[in-house]
Design a protein around this ligand. Sequence first.
Ligand code: HAM
Length: 528
Amino acid sequence: MSEGAAKKEERHKFQAIRGTRDLLPPETALWNHVEQTANEVFATFGFGAIRVPIFEPTELFARSIGMDTDVVSKEMYTFEDYEATELVELRTAAVTNVASLATGEALIDFLDRVGNFILAAEKAFDAGRIPRTPENERTLQMARELIANLQTFRYQGEREILPRVAELKDAVRQVRFGDVISLRPEATASVCRAYIEHGMRQLPQPVKLYYIGPMFRRERPQKGRYRQFYQIGAEVLGGSDAPAIDAEVIELVMTFFDRLELHGVQLDINSIGCRECRPKYVELLRAELLRVKDKLGPDSQRRIQTNPLRVLDSKLESEQGIIATLPRITDHLCEACATHYSAVKRQLEMRGVFFRENWRLVRGLDYYMRTTFEITAQGLGSQNAVCGGGRYDGLVELLGGPPTKGIGFAIGEDRLILSLQESGKAPAQPGRDVYIAWMGERAHATAIRAAKDLRKAGFSVELPPVEQKFGKALGQADKLGAKHALILGDNEVSEGLWTLKTLADGSQLKLPEPALIEHLRKSKAVSS
Ligand code: HAM
């Protein structure tokens, strides 16, 4: 490859990773507007902002969201976080590229390399540089025994030793160098962890928190589905599960969407029962599904065993008729759950929130109980859920905290923005108020001062860094959509009268600085 071609190749190398994207102006103006509105609306409901880390122990998500969910079993970005980098090399040297153990010498050489690794790992273990977990202790012990065993083995050929060598390699691979952590696929688990960690139970209850930020899921990217996406979420944690809390949380999202003038908003609600009634319903559902198993697709057939509720989520055309005949959870709620659900609906009506009951709404995360809800909006195609949420009493306890009730939701900000854009709601990035066209050294000094004063007065100012001919400067001002050009040349500076050109009509005024700022203020007030 020629040098030029190589350079070109290098230049083309970097692109945002699949499923991630750059958000650019003017679109980011809409993101800012949405987030600003969230800050305002959420504050009127008494919510305070929380910022939780982007990564947490994998175990936190596995335990909360559930091992069998798609999010945990397939979609998390997980890695080992370690400092003992020398161990990586020793391990690689020990177990990869083991060509052949066809001779006694080759076996001794292999055992030497593995022995070196185990020695170094033991040192790191004692020094606390790799996790001092019982698993690591057991694995190191086992590896040591396997080495000793193989060392005393009278070499008679590769075939006999291979099972033991495989066992040893496995043990070596199992040594954990650091904590296993994941990029957060959602934030409810983290908020619950923070609630426990900071003893928020001592605060006036319930504690109302909200967050805005990126989440990560390794899903197949498509319109409205990304691997790094953004959520605006809220959680209410405390001692009470009063139905009014559920209704107010839902009212909050609906108020927010209303303020943004989101189109085609549809709220679906359901109750998925509690630890008492749900398992009985799930068994009933499983029995019914087994009777119609042959008519279901492979995914649903698998879910009969793993999670029958998820069959209700199916969008497969051929399954819709069957699903319609299945028993409905709302007919199998225990009395306490049925009462709670009725009260939530009454509370929503009192708040003037329109909803549709959807008995098939089960949600994809394990921590939910009782109230669940989802909101769809216009213009999103198949990924049309713009918000999902529900009650998760018991999650805080599951994570080692005190018995606590919880409910919350998360809005997919990317989808929210997409829907707003589809309905033409995108506010344009505000253009510059003033472009300063200056010429000459003295004028430059004045221009710098003028820019400072105008910006202090709240105007958006473009101050070109190098001198330009007035014609070119005015062209540039036009391209940037500036409303005015402030012309500063030698004459203006010596007279103390500045020339202000309004670009829309070409009119020109000569004014001293204070009058000019006043004039700009008035013209801005008229146009906004
Ligand atoms: P979720 O239903 O998994 O719930 O996600 C909530 C919303 O995030 C979805 O309705 C969707 O708008 C958006 N979303 C999810 N995955 C993606 C993706 N790959 N690309 C773009 N947007 C996406 C939760 O995350 C729960 N933590 C909500 C919650 C809070 N429940 C109680 N409290």
